[in-house]
Design a protein around this ligand. Structure first.
Ligand code: GLU
Length: 466
């Protein structure tokens, strides 16, 4: 049997991390088993449908480097097939038309509340073959849910889950306007697409029992299910906006690398010993249902940061700079050119070791790519105040220097000036130099940075201040 898993997002907005995690688990399970991973867009709710949301999902998958097999299926395009199955079920005696009026349903609801019934619909049309059909009512189609016994799911994560069939109702599969309900569409699509394993959030567990009834009614083999505990915040509450970023796009904009988010989301609910860093290759090799946790996973930004820092360190300079490029523009209005890139590469080891996110990497290295005149932030301006004597002295030394313009040499000069003019306090010399060269007060080692900028650029920047 070829394993076929699926990712069936409803395109209602950006791609939520919960969705991304579901996609990752399905993708890994398929790849682990040399199976197929298919994408289906659940776009039947046309009022909420937007092409932009579909694009956001597809972009999210691409960014996370999750590929899929075959064409992307639109659920909406398959409504006729779903309708046909409802008709087949009627023909098989597994479903029936229900002609209840709004008033009758209202009355049933009232009675159910009064008597404490779990399900309100009294199944009055279930076996009403001979009843006269009301002419003015467009019927819905309801499934004949089993009346006795249990519906059992052997969930790969949760174990055996049983529900007494008296808890399940004759739910609607086709609305009075002829549109199939979600419950029916999902089952027909899962069947037609040959889905063997459904891996999804446990918020779908209640649907699963109903979907199983449809599979059984059609005498179709039910897929295996694995329901993942939902993601919570570190405070234990369901992960939501107030915990911070929610969508893949937000994480990307915060400077997280796709490999880092992939690794983090994989670890969020699945483990391989104590391994925190798991390569994609190993993930494919190791992924299984056994190590999926049963308790809600807690989204911990600190852990994500440390994983991101790891991947930043691992990434090649070219790839890192390529991924960071848009941020130089958006945050510093800098078009990165070859000079900037060469300097950033020269300082990359230290830049990498400091950065938890791409944004930090960009903020720390933007000064390399700046051209005069540069702006000085408030703190830098403070450090530049009353420092002309130091900078003038430095210029004198640098201008007359003919040897190598090395970090050691620059530091030595700064020390000399500190001894002469600032009671030996090196910081009082280094800080103005940093402010002059970077326009900020935080940067990698300033002596090394000056070496990378080179003598003439360093002198030009000092001159610009003076
Ligand atoms: N479209 C559903 C969602 O986005 C997924 C349904 C399913 O996995 O069966 O939540």
């Amino acid at each position: 049997m070829t394993v076929v898993t699926r990712f069936p997002p409803s395109p209602t907005g950006l791609m939520h991390v919960g969705n991304a995690r579901t996609a990752i688990f399905n993708w890994l399970y398929a790849r682990h088993n040399n199976g197929k991973f298919v994408v289906r867009i659940e776009d039947t709710d046309r009022r909420r449908h937007s092409e932009e949301a579909v694009k956001a999902i597809m972009d999210g998958l691409k960014w996370l480097n999750i590929d899929y097999d075959g064409d992307v299926i639109s659920q909406f395009s398959r409504l006729d097939r779903h309708r046909q199955i409802a008709m087949d079920m009627i023909a098989k005696g597994q479903a029936y038309y229900c002609y209840c009026s709004a008033e009758e349903l209202e009355e049933m609801r009232r009675e159910a509340i009064e008597k404490g019934y779990k399900n309100f619909y009294n199944r009055m049309w279930r076996d009403a073959d001979d009843s006269p059909i009301p002419k003015d009512i467009k019927p819905v189609v309801r499934i004949k849910a089993p009346l006795e016994g249990y519906t059992v799911i052997n969930d790969k994560v949760q174990g055996e889950i049983k529900v007494n069939n008296d808890q399940l109702d004759d739910f609607i599969i086709l609305r009075s306007d002829g549109s199939p309900t979600y419950m029916l569409s999902v089952v027909v699509d899962d069947y037609d697409m040959g889905i063997t394993h459904v891996i999804r959030g446990d918020d779908h567990l209640n649907n699963t029992f109903r979907q199983k009834i449809i599979f059984d009614a059609m005498e179709w083999k039910t897929p295996e299910y694995a329901h993942l505990p939902l993601i919570h915040g570190t405070d234990g509450a369901k992960f939501s906006k107030r915990h911070g970023a929610q969508s893949i796009q937000e994480f990307r904009d915060m400077g997280y690398l796709p490999e880092a988010l992939f690794n983090y989301l994989l670890r969020l609910g699945w483990s391989h010993g104590d391994d925190e860093i798991i390569s994609r290759k190993d993930a494919i090799r190791w992924f299984n249902f056994k190590r999926i946790g049963k308790a809600p996973a807690k989204f911990d930004f600190k852990k994500l940061d440390s994983i991101n820092a790891h991947y930043i360190n691992e990434t090649t300079p070219d790839s890192l700079i390529e991924q960071a490029k848009p941020f130089y523009k958006s945050r510093h209005n800098i078009e990165l050119n070859d000079i900037g890139i060469t300097r950033i590469k020269a300082g990359i080891d230290e830049l990498k070791s400091r950065a938890k996110t791409l944004l930090q990497f960009v903020d720390d290295s933007a000064f390399y790519a700046k051209t005069l005149p540069i702006e000085y932030d408030e703190k830098a301006q403070k450090n530049l105040k009353d420092s002309d004597d130091i900078l003038e002295e430095m210029l004198k030394y640098f201008n007359s220097h003919t040897g190598e313009f090395s970090a050691d040499y620059i530091q030595e000069i700064c020390k000399k000036i500190a001894d002469e003019k600032r009671n030996g306090k090196l910081g009082k010399v280094a800080m103005p130099l940093r402010a002059a060269l970077t326009g900020t007060t935080a940067s990698p080692s300033i002596f090394h940075a000056a070496e990378i900028l080179g003598k003439s650029e360093t002198c030009n920047r000092i001159n610009a201040v003076l």
